[in-house]
Design a protein around this ligand. Structure first.
Ligand SMILES: Nc1ncnc2c1ncn2[C@@H]1O[C@H](COP(=O)(O)OP(=O)(O)OP(=O)(O)O)[C@@H](O)[C@H]1O
Length: 218
């Protein structure tokens, strides 16, 4: 697993969103990106995901969930391992999921409080239920690292804390964008503050003080 950006410029068209970015992450670190809307958190996350993809197994929770609305919760979770199987098996899984697979998926969904929704199409779910489905897919996938873009923004505070704890228990290495500063502090070993496309601070969670964080959002 190698995460290293040196002097990177990241963006979508002509104008860069992030310039001269230096960022690296070691195995075992839980890094949280903080910063106001538009600071560049998603841009940085997706650049790192692109760097990891192929070389490492990454569990991804994209900001928009990336779910297939017409398919059931269970099948959306199954998608987490789509690339472990051939096309024939995946096509078959659209019609029938074998018992051991179903049981494994359902156990994850139960831990996320979705046991009563496993057969429902994602399009019939609430925003928070969808978000938990996307998290479930990442758990089912597993891997060397989880990269998650505001994975608990649509659930209530109690659920958010539970899900963040589940992420911590399941993945040694994590890179998350979060809005909730207290949650970030509880989870992270390291906090990176972004504002206007620049990294304003980057250090051990316990060394980052409230003033630095408030300045991001001022
Ligand atoms: N697909 C895109 N095409 C062009 N510009 C984009 C695209 N996605 C994001 N941007 C721009 O890049 C900048 C940073 O956006 P980004 O999504 O990385 O911020 P963020 O910190 O994740 O914000 P939020 O907390 O609102 O998700 C913004 O100015 C945004 O308008």
């Amino acid at each position: 697993m190698k995460i290293r950006l040196e002097g990177a410029t990241l963006g979508y068209g002509e104008a860069p969103v992030l310039s001269e970015v230096n960022f690296s992450q070691q195995r075992g670190e839980r890094v949280v990106l903080l910063g106001p809307s538009g600071a560049g958190k998603s841009t940085l996350l997706m650049a790192i995901h692109a760097q990891l993809a192929g070389a490492s197994r990454v569990a991804l929770v994209p900001q928009d969930g990336g779910l297939v609305p017409q398919l059931s919760v269970r099948r959306n979770v199954y998608m987490g391992r789509l690339d472990d199987h051939g096309a024939a098996r995946n096509l078959g899984a659209l019609i029938y999921l074998r018992r051991p697979i179903r049981d494994e998926i359902d156990a994850i969904l139960a831990r996320l409080g979705l046991q009563d929704h496993v057969r429902r199409p994602v399009e019939a779910l609430s925003g928070g239920q969808r978000q938990r489905t996307a998290v479930g897919r990442a758990f089912y996938r597993g891997g060397d690292i989880i990269v998650a873009d505001e994975p608990v923004s649509a659930v209530d505070g109690v659920q958010a804390r539970q899900i963040i704890e589940m992420i911590r228990d399941r993945f040694d290495t994590a890179l998350l964008a979060l809005h909730d500063v207290d949650l970030a502090r509880a989870f992270a070993t390291r906090i990176v503050g972004l504002r206007d496309g620049r990294i304003r601070f980057d250090g051990p969670a316990e060394a980052i003080d409230r003033r630095q964080i408030d300045a991001l959002y001022a």
